[in-house]
Design a protein. Structure first.
Length: 116
């Protein structure tokens, strides 16, 4: 059995959840998308880049892991209200930012790894 998709999924979930966990300390906002503009976007880029370097493949696991990690953090640690479904729909879009950074860094890692 290939454990690479599971490892990638977990790495993406943890790095994405860390964006939410760090938000109150770095921005003073409970939710990262409530912080001033660049924080959430940049935090997702950094988290995606870290995940892409650590576990470059498969890319679909990065997307699903990012969504699961962020939504899981919201459900477990934040007070859930009637807007959770709307928030989940927004996460579907924000996870593409994470995926873009993970894809770029996975490409860079695999490109330099294959050089003699």
């Amino acid at each position: 059995m290939n454990s690479q998709p599971v490892l990638t999924f977990v790495t993406a979930a943890v790095t994405s959840a860390l964006v939410w966990a760090a938000s109150p300390w770095l921005t003073g906002q409970r939710e990262p998308w409530d912080a001033e503009f660049p924080f959430y976007f940049v935090a997702l880029l950094v988290a995606g880049a870290v995940a892409g370097v650590l576990t470059p493949k498969p890319l679909w696991a990065h997307y699903l892991g990012s969504f699961t990690g962020q939504l899981g953090y919201e459900i477990i640690f934040l007070r859930i209200g009637p807007l959770v479904v709307l928030g989940a729909m927004f996460l579907l879009g924000y996870c593409f930012v994470f995926l873009a950074a993970a894809t770029l860094m996975a490409y860079v890692r695999l490109r330099f790894k294959s050089r003699p």
